[in-house]
Write a protein that binds this ligand. Structure first.
Ligand SMILES: [Zn+2]
Length: 470
């Protein structure tokens, strides 16, 4: 965490300018990152870098740079920044070899970073339906419109009864429920007019985020209200999206890069200028609140209209694609390199974790010592006689306790006669740990034990009582 915010952020700054620098210069940055990873995990110098990266969930710097630069380029394209784009893009038609396969992990890590032109062409050809504008959405609006606020009323509606009680205080209000939905291949936005019993569902571009879907549902509801001629003067919009509400009610431009937020403000402004008023309410989803359930079902049902081409995708929604692509590159690199380096760790950590196992340490034990001990065991690079001999630090790999000639981790933890009594305790703790979960037997293999966080405490206790330092 400290490394990412204090050290790596400095590398990110102006990465676009130095990324094609000499490899030996870029390596200097890698050295700093590797040092940081060793400090985080308390690993020995001999530990392979690829294992360190996976354990801490911090990608190789070059992949991180690619992600940062792609995000930056996306922004340039979205802002239609001709100043920059005209300098980078060729005047004539694009050369054929520019289109097609883009980057692979092997090339990247051997120093073939794609040119800026290539990155921009790739992004332009992949994210066709992006919202582009020469101006920031904020600057397109009149000043009084920017400050148009939409009132959020109470924050405590948790159930159908509470909502009904609350709505009694607003008897004349016209209520519209909105909801957005995102599945693997479709994104939809829907609203439900509880007075006219009308639902409307719109299909959106599958690249839209759930946030965009929720905002679009609110926008459509507001445009619908603007069209109603003989309507009351007060409207209530009920949504289950916290993030949409906080974006709409927040007037700071820093937080609102999604242009839909400004479209919503515009609709609110139109309503207000004709003497009508809108208020927002947050309602929890899946709590049996009838209107919300109807909107939710509508959003999951068959769309009434297809807006996937007309609604342009905010560029920030593509960030997930970029992150995903970076992960895939990293994974393919790890799959290759772990055949050669860090094979012990690979046996323990078979898939890429989303977060490090020590993230939000829920294990409640002495943090630092615990994390470093377990990390070292998982890396297989620790102070066992066998490993120290391999590093030429000592000459004899025999066990100092029982004189077994090859004292590796397996021996010290599972076999050494000296610790038979402690091992009984270990087995006991492992059984208790496995009983907490259903249907699993205590593993007999050390690597299997080290692959599951529920056994970490037991193994840590054993190590501190026997070998003490690992
Ligand atoms: Zn021994």
């Amino acid at each position: 965490m400290l490394y990412k915010s204090i050290v790596r952020s400095h590398f990110d700054y102006s990465a676009i300018a130095y990324t094609n620098a000499n490899i030996s210069l870029l390596k200097k940055l890698d050295v700093i990152q590797n040092k940081a990873l060793r400090i985080i995990t308390g690993a020995m110098c001999s530990t392979p870098i690829n294992s360190l990266e996976i354990e801490t969930c911090i990608p190789p710097l070059v992949l991180h740079r690619l992600k940062t630069i792609e995000r930056f380029c996306l922004k340039i394209i979205a802002c239609n920044n001709r100043c920059v784009l005209d300098r980078i893009l060729p005047k004539q038609q694009l050369p054929q070899n520019m289109i097609g396969p883009y980057v692979n992990a092997g090339d990247l890590l051997t120093g073939h970073f794609p040119e800026l032109l290539r990155i921009i062409i790739h992004l332009q050809s992949h994210f066709v339906n992006m919202y582009k504008s020469n101006e920031l959405p904020l600057y397109k609006l009149k000043y009084d419109l920017i400050n148009t606020s939409i009132e959020l009323i109470p924050d405590k509606v948790y159930s159908q009864n509470q909502l009904l009680e609350f709505l009694e205080t607003y008897p004349d209000c016209y209520k519209i429920y909105t909801d957005g939905s995102k599945t693997t291949n479709s994104v939809t936005a829907a609203y439900y007019d509880s007075k006219q019993k009308i639902t409307k569902c719109f299909k959106l571009d599958s690249d839209c985020s759930i946030f965009t879907a929720e905002c679009y549902a609110i926008f459509c509801a507001l445009s619908y209200l603007n069209e109603i001629v003989n309507s009351n003067s007060n409207f209530l919009i009920l949504t289950d999206s916290h993030s949409a509400i906080s974006a709409i009610t927040n007037n700071s431009p820093k937080h609102n890069v999604n242009y839909l937020v400004y479209l919503i403000k515009h609709e609110v402004y139109k309503l207000k200028s004709t003497g009508r008023n809108v208020k927002l309410i947050w309602v929890p989803s899946h709590q049996g609140i009838t209107g919300n359930e109807v909107a939710d079902t509508a959003a999951r049902g068959k769309p009434d209209e297809d807006h996937s081409a007309s609604l342009k995708v905010p560029y920030t929604d593509y960030y997930t694609h970029i992150t995903q692509a970076q992960k895939q590159l990293w994974e393919s690199y790890w799959n290759d390199i772990s055949q050669v380096k860090g094979r012990w760790y690979r046996e323990i950590q078979k898939t890429m974790p989303a977060l490090p196992w020590y993230h939000r340490n829920h294990l409640n034990i002495d943090q630092r010592n615990f994390i470093t001990t377990i990390c070292r065991l998982r890396f297989g690079h620790c102070r066992t006689p066998a490993h120290l001999k391999r590093l030429n630090i000592i000459t004899n790999a025999a066990c100092p306790h029982c004189k077994e000639p090859e004292a590796d981790l397996n021996h010290l933890i599972l076999k050494c006669k000296q610790f038979n009594l402690n091992r009984l305790l270990l087995v006991d703790e492992l059984i208790t740990a496995s009983e907490n979960d259903s249907d699993s037997d205590v593993p007999e293999n050390l690597q299997t034990i080290l692959s599951n966080p529920k056994y970490f405490k037991a193994i840590f206790n054993y190590v501190t009582k026997t070998i003490e330092l690992i």
